[in-house]
Design a protein around this ligand. Structure first.
Ligand SMILES: [Zn+2]
Length: 340
């Protein structure tokens, strides 16, 4: 969030009171930095030093700390355009979530057919039936209001370390995520208390396994990390399943090449990606249903590995079992170590 205030640069210092200070008074921040934009190359250093000192001596800043890196607030005195530009930096939170139902998406998905308008050619959009979104509930939408309330912030951006499908549960110790809280009035709260509160309110749906105040770099660290994952899947076939062929693949790291799946080809570049899969265990549930546990490389499509996706996943569980099959239920059991 950026606030801009006009001022007249009264040599040698701008008046350290007035509107821009009252803006800052609404924010509970601890650290700040001071910048200066001026045409005077010669005099910049002493003027900046004088500004920093004048600000530090202002009573309002007495309990605040001047820092050079990662401040809560940046105040830039711009002599060229006679403006004080106040930049309120977001609060970053990092954590891990589990998702316990097969009807919750990770983030809100606007309808791609009507681009979130709910209408198509003047009629109700057939894809979303006028709902504008394709998801009824999402982890993002379920947890966001709690943060907006506690931090009094405008917007909460959700960044997941990858994602799972709506119908896939996220179990174990959860999936890493980061939140960017834009323009927060409050910056420090009892995070553990908030986590407990959220978990009580969202019981049976979503649990925040971990939550803590993060660092600006954490957003990139979370979204760029490549995690391998362990899965449990129920595999169903219209034919009777013979488990014997699977013994040949048990506990072995198998290479799998996957072409962009049919179901996401509208959104992703069409290309072949190399992956690996380890079949960790398998057991019979009925003649037509088996349960398998798999460990797979980051980004490997599990539903497609199971069905073969019309030859787009090579090999596939269908190839190994030698019968047509599909994924009936899928859970992420564990997000394993980051694979760089
Ligand atoms: Zn629509």
């Amino acid at each position: 969030m950026v606030h801009i205030h006009h001022f007249t640069f009264q040599e040698p210092l701008p008046r350290l009171s007035g509107g821009w200070l009252s803006v800052l008074e609404t924010y509970a921040f601890q650290t700040y930095t001071i910048g200066l934009r001026t045409s005077k190359i010669e005099g910049k250093k002493p003027l900046l030093a004088a500004l920093r000192q004048a600000v530090a001596e202002t009573p309002f800043f007495a309990d605040k700390q001047f820092v050079l890196q990662h401040p809560d607030v940046e105040i830039v005195f711009d002599e060229l355009i006679h403006q004080i530009v106040i930049h309120i930096f977001p609060v970053i939170l990092v954590g891990r979530y589990t998702k316990l139902q097969r009807t919750i998406a990770q983030t809100r998905h606007f309808c791609f057919e009507c681009k979130g308008s709910g209408k198509k050619n003047g009629n109700v959009c057939p894809q979303c039936k006028g709902e504008k979104v394709l998801t009824k509930e999402s982890v993002q939408e379920l947890i966001t209001p709690f943060f907006q309330k506690e931090f009094t912030c405008n917007e909460v951006l959700f960044h997941g370390a990858g994602r799972e499908d709506v119908d896939v549960r996220m179990l174990g110790s959860g999936r890493p995520f980061a939140l960017t809280l834009e323009n927060p009035i409050v910056r420090t709260i009892d995070v553990e208390k908030l986590r407990t509160h959220i978990n009580r309110a969202l019981k049976g749906k979503v649990e925040l396994v971990e939550l803590k105040i993060g660092h600006p770099n954490d957003v990139a660290n979370v979204t760029r990390a490549y995690h391998t994952k362990r899965y449990r899947a129920l595999v169903e076939s219209p034919e009777k399943i013979n488990l014997n062929p699977l013994n040949a693949f048990l506990e072995q790291k198998m290479d799998v090449v996957q072409l962009t799946p049919t179901r996401v080809e509208k959104r992703r570049v069409m290309k072949e990606r190399p992956h690996w899969i380890i079949l960790e265990s398998f057991k019979r549930i009925s003649d037509h249903i088996i349960e398998v546990e798999l460990h797979a490389s980051a980004g490997c499509y599990i539903k497609e590995f199971i069905s073969g996706d019309n030859g787009r996943s090579k090999p596939s569980l269908k190839d190994w079992l030698r019968v047509r099959c599909g994924c009936k239920e899928l859970d992420v059991l564990e997000i394993v170590d980051a694979e760089m």
